[in-house]
Design a binder for this molecule. Structure first.
Ligand code: HAM
Length: 413
């Protein structure tokens, strides 16, 4: 026998039973965005590799070890998108969106790719919903996008959601702070992990992400960037906090919140949920005031976030979405099968969810099938224009007039 084909490591199929819960998340997001005036954008699933080097950053884990990069047949280096912000900014610059009324508010939903060690909540192909407000440095823009994700998670009833908030200040403050942190890490070099030691020069901030106890101990006493904020950065952060307070959105200041992307400036945030284990972050984002200019556009401040659909579903306990249909059209005699198809079609046109037997089952088999399809009612065509309607829950049966069926079933919904 041939070897059984399998999906690639870290990927999964979305089967019909899983897609109902997913659709609920996507349609809730679409509504939240539409109500807030965000327009949908779709960018290609692959981009020139250079885009991610320039935006996500050379020293990040994503660029160093998590990208699916390959040469296409024309010899161009291509990368499957590991995140969405870079491409949205590329599109903003490419289409001259700075000429539109600012800010431009965009949202997206789709697959992303990272070569990570797979585990619950971490996949090599996963799906994000994301939002970007481009062209405003107003703290209101920060509060608005945070509020959107908070609302979406509340609407979906994700349990145990917590918002973590920090500010990274502007690039020069961060550069100065990075030096201070380097000095501190060198003083404690013997206690931190090899991984952290190797990155003291290139990316000292990542030390806050370390999971080993000795490094965590060292980092607990390390100087914090949030204590170095001053002037306009501090004022901006204070205003964002004030707006969240006024909106009744609870948060926790998290001085160790570092995000795995280099483009962030000022506000950064992450939403976590209960019961997700190591992958507790459901979504996160922040400001990236320098990115558009970095990609060849005018100086344009921006802020956004992305949330993982699989993480949301995990946090919700991925409820088994039982199949539900309004009616199953069964036949007493095989001669009625064409009439059953016509009736199912008519009922579908009337907006009902209608199913029928496609396997030539006996009447008993059809009723069993109706049960499995979660049908509320089964209509049995008896021939001579006669039909019986059976309530699948109570088992009650009665004769019905086929012409009145759409109305009767709609009333019974
Ligand atoms: P990120 O934190 O890298 O940010 O990813 C956002 C979310 O995507 C995470 O919180 C998580 O829920 C989900 N996620 C990331 N990697 C995986 C994975 N391997 N498997 C499953 N889910 C995953 C960004 O991507 C930024 N572009 C967000 C942003 C938008 N910042 C500003 N604008």
């Amino acid at each position: 026998m041939s070897r059984k084909a399998q999906a690639p490591k870290g990927t999964f199929d979305i089967l019909p039973a899983d897609s109902r819960a997913r659709e609920r998340v996507e349609s809730a997001a679409a509504q939240v965005f539409a109500r807030a005036g965000f327009g949908r954008i779709e960018t290609p699933v692959f981009e020139d590799t250079d885009l991610f080097h320039r935006s996500v950053g050379e020293t990040t884990d994503i660029v160093q070890k998590e990208m699916f990069t390959f040469d296409d047949l024309g010899g161009r280096s291509i990368t499957l998108r590991p995140e969405g912000t870079a491409a949205v900014c590329r599109a903003y610059v490419e289409h001259g969106m700075h000429k539109l009324a600012q800010p431009v508010k965009l949202w997206y939903s789709g697959p992303f790719f990272r070569y990570e060690a797979p585990q619950a909540g971490r996949y090599r192909q996963f799906h994000q919903i994301g939002a970007e407000t481009i062209g405003s440095d107003d703290p209101l823009a920060d509060a608005e996008v945070i509020m959107l994700l908070s609302d979406l998670l509340a609407e979906l009833e994700v349990p145990g959601v917590k918002l973590h908030l920090a500010s990274l200040g502007s690039p020069d403050v961060r550069a100065e702070y990075r030096n201070e942190l380097r000095t501190y890490l060198r003083e404690h070099e013997d206690k931190v992990s090899g991984d952290v030691r190797a990155r003291i020069d290139t990316n000292p901030l990542r030390a806050f992400d370390a999971k080993d106890e000795p490094t965590k101990g060292v980092m607990a006493d390390a100087p914090k960037l949030i204590d170095r904020l001053s002037g306009e950065d501090l004022e901006h952060f204070g205003e964002v906090r004030g707006l969240l307070d006024a909106a009744g959105i609870g948060y926790e200041i998290d001085p160790t919140l570092v995000r795995g992307l280099d483009y962030y400036t000022r506000t950064v945030f992450a939403f976590t949920a209960e019961g997700l284990g190591a992958q507790s972050e459901i979504g996160g984002g922040g400001r990236y005031d320098g990115l558009i200019a970095e990609l060849g556009g005018p100086d344009t401040p921006a802020i956004g976030w992305a949330a993982g659909i699989e993480r949301i579903l995990l946090a919700l306990g991925e409820p088994e979405s039982a199949e539900r249909s309004d009616v199953f059209v069964a036949v007493a005699e095989p001669e009625q099968r064409a009439a059953a198809l016509a009736l199912a079609n008519e009922l579908r046109h009337a907006g009902l969810v209608a199913n029928l037997d496609l396997a030539g089952r006996s009447l008993k088999g059809q009723l069993k099938q109706a049960d499995r399809a979660g049908a509320r009612h089964t209509v049995i065509l008896e021939g001579d224009g006669r039909a019986t309607m059976r309530d699948m829950e109570s088992g009650d049966q009665r004769e019905v007039d086929v012409a009145r069926l759409p109305d009767e079933l709609a009333e019974a919904r």
